[in-house]
Design a protein around this ligand. Structure first.
Ligand code: C2O
Ligand code: CU
Length: 463
């Protein structure tokens, strides 16, 4: 208790951290309530009607959760929706019982009831939380927020911004399109919105100064949209993917992709002068536009800073025994224009036409949806290599719960640690990881219409 009340050097430096003190203190003795519920808010421009969203505490994004590495997060889910729900803490190396996956790690929480989530955040980085029940609908209606785990020491930056990208499928009436069963989205690229926002604002504008150094925490909370992004008037480096620091910051000099559920931590220096354009550009092919704009006024310093240092490494075991790794394979099939002829659905072999009749479209290793047996059954400490063959024509953002993995690159090198990998249409990939966290871990496509229409399986790590 005393530690939290003694103002540290850091909380004096960072006003935002100081503001969150009461919540942390309260968490010592009781759980902070997170209440998913309906609310009405302005998402579309002011000339349009308001929108009914579902949000934690009635806002979307929900309240930012911010703790220091190694601290615990204690939240009481109080379900004020009219349907069951759960919360998943995406990317956290969590106790399996706290992972929030109904049917695998907990029962769905009925309306009016509560569930206590209590876990430690072992790794620093940019994470997020979201509903994991009827995810396609609940997350789409706004049930998500940022979960920030701070490094022990402050970085050499002027300030940071958490930027949650999303797209909403809106009607002229301001209503979120309620057709979550739409076959088109489920069988093609997923549910793409028609109104793109950052922190629920269209073309968010932030103040900036020339030579200011910012840490930007990008989170893609969209149902299915892959954001191609570019920097303008900013010079930047990637310092972490999916919460996990890069050994060396990677310079950005091209378009970079942020797939659903992925995060990127950037360090950017404002190079634009007052009156010049500075932005994160949504570099879509049809009509590139400002995703986040920076209004530059004044100078933070006379000169630019040197290249940023890497973030301190996290604690997640990263040493893989590639020579003795256990191999497994995942064949992804189905969808429109795919070659899936038949697959197992609810224990029966069915034709693709029959499967489509049930509004399901995708199979992993010939099975639509969850299986009794895990895709991988690993012993603690075992290195797993998983080959992914994407026979579909669509890209998929494949997310593993509970631990991070690396992509095994074609040249034998290893990609950065990630929890979500974008696998291109009709492309193959390989991932490897140390099974370091015991439990039952979901492995699924984070294009939520795909997940809902068959693309999910799980891995077991025995203690
Ligand atoms: Cu983000 Cu399974 O989820
Ligand atoms: Cu997919």
């Amino acid at each position: 208790m005393k530690n939290f009340l003694t103002p540290s050097r850091r909380s004096v430096l960072l006003g935002a951290a100081a503001l969150s003190l009461p919540a942390i203190v309260r968490a010592q003795s009781s759980f902070v309530v997170m209440e998913p519920r309906k609310a009405v808010t302005q998402i579309l421009p002011a000339s349009y009607p308001q929108t009914e969203i579902w949000g934690y505490g009635g806002t979307s994004p929900g309240p930012e959760i911010r703790v220091k590495q190694g601290q615990s997060v204690q939240r009481r889910l109080l379900n004020s929706l009219t349907q069951p729900t759960s919360i998943h803490w995406h990317g956290i190396r969590i106790d399996n019982a706290m992972d929030g996956v109904p049917g695998l790690t907990q029962a769905p929480v009925p309306p009016g009831e509560t569930f206590d989530y209590d876990f430690v955040a072992p790794d620093a980085g940019t994470y997020w939380y979201h509903s994991h029940f009827k995810t396609m609908e609940q997350m789409d209606r706004g049930l998500y927020g940022a979960l920030i785990v701070e490094e022990p020491d402050a970085l050499d930056i002027d300030r940071e911004e958490v930027l949650i990208l999303d797209d909403w499928l809106m009607q002229q009436t301001g209503e979120i399109d309620p057709d979550f069963d739409a076959q088109m989205a489920r069988s093609h690229g997923g549910r793409n919105g028609n109104f793109v926002t950052t922190n629920s604002l269209y073309q968010l504008i932030l103040p900036a100064k020339t030579n200011e150094r910012l840490r930007l925490r990008l989170i893609n909370a969209a149902n299915a949209r892959i954001f191609p992004l570019a920097l303008q008037g900013l010079s930047g480096w990637v310092v972490a993917y999916d919460g996990m620091p890069m050994a060396t910051p990677e310079r950005i000099d091209d378009i970079f992709m942020l797939a659903p559920a992925q995060r990127m931590d950037l360090i950017v220096d404002v190079t634009a002068e007052q009156g010049e354009a500075a932005a994160i550009v949504w570099a879509n092919e049809e009509a590139p536009q400002i995703q986040v704009g920076f209004e530059v006024s004044g100078k933070a310093s006379a000169t630019a800073r040197p290249t940023p240092r890497a973030l301190p490494a996290n604690n997640e075991p990263a040493l893989m025994d590639m020579a003795n790794a256990t191999k497994a394979k995942l064949v992804m099939a189905g969808g429109a224009m795919g070659s899936l002829r038949e697959a197992e659905l609810n224990g029966e072999i069915k034709s693709f036409r029959e499967i489509a009749g049930e509004n399901q479209f995708w199979a992993f290793n010939g099975v639509v949806g969850m299986t009794d047996k895990p895709l991988v059954d690993a012993a603690l400490g075992e290195t797993i290599r998983l080959t992914i063959e994407n026979e579909t024509v669509f890209p998929h953002a494949m997310h593993l719960h509970g631990q991070h993995f690396r992509e095994v690159l074609a040249d034998g090198g290893m990609g950065p640690m990630r929890d979500t990998l974008l696998v291109g249409g009709r492309a193959n990939a390989e991932i490897a990881f140390v099974a370091s966290n015991p439990g039952k871990w979901l492995y699924h496509c984070h294009m939520l219409a795909h997940q809902d229409a068959g693309m999910k399986t799980w891995m077991n790590v025995s203690a």
